[in-house]
Design a protein around this ligand. Structure first.
Ligand code: HEC
Length: 129
């Protein structure tokens, strides 16, 4: 490691140590987060109660908890192709489509957009299927 690089990484480390406590949970932190398939799997089936008394929602509500199987849209009843790339190679092949649907589905399911870490976990889980 060159002297310059070491100085830089030491400085970065110091900043992380100083700010870590304050910024834990800040949205930008998980930007470098490598997805965790187990966390994604757990989040996939986690039920989110709805404020208006509607049935609780999870990703599995439409996509089921078996990603190799087709799902069904909870509102429209329309069939949804399997999410698992192993049986549906088109899945996760179009970044814009993935971003668009994650935004939409997180809002509908969780009532908010997913964090970068949550998205990374979901995508790592889906890819592993
Ligand atoms: C209300 C039904 C519904 C729920 C709940 C839902 N989805 Fe979806 N999802 C869809 C539909 C519809 C599409 C787009 C049609 C398609 O690709 O088959 C889609 C597409 C996607 C895609 C795009 C995949 C690709 O590359 O083609 C991802 C990723 C995704 N959903 C993830 C999630 C995650 C994560 C959750 C939970 C936070 C979730 N979905 C909850 C209905 C839903």
């Amino acid at each position: 490691m060159t002297e310059l690089k070491r100085n830089r990484s030491l400085r970065v480390l110091a900043v992380q140590v100083l700010c870590g406590g304050l910024l834990a949970g800040a949205a930008w932190l998980p930007a470098a987060h490598a997805g965790d398939a187990a966390a994604g799997a757990a989040a996939w089936v986690q039920e989110h109660p709805q404020p208006n008394g509607a049935p609780a929602r999870s990703c599995a509500t439409c996509h089921t908890d078996d990603l190799t199987q087709p799902g069904r849209h909870a509102k429209t009843g329309k069939p949804i192709e399997p999410m698992a790339p192993s049986v549906n190679p088109e899945r996760l092949s179009d970044q814009a489509k993935v971003e668009k649907w994650l935004r939409r589905n997180c809002r509908w399911t969780l009532g908010r957009e997913c964090t970068a870490a949550e998205k990374a976990d979901f995508l790592t889980y889906i890819k592993s299927q």
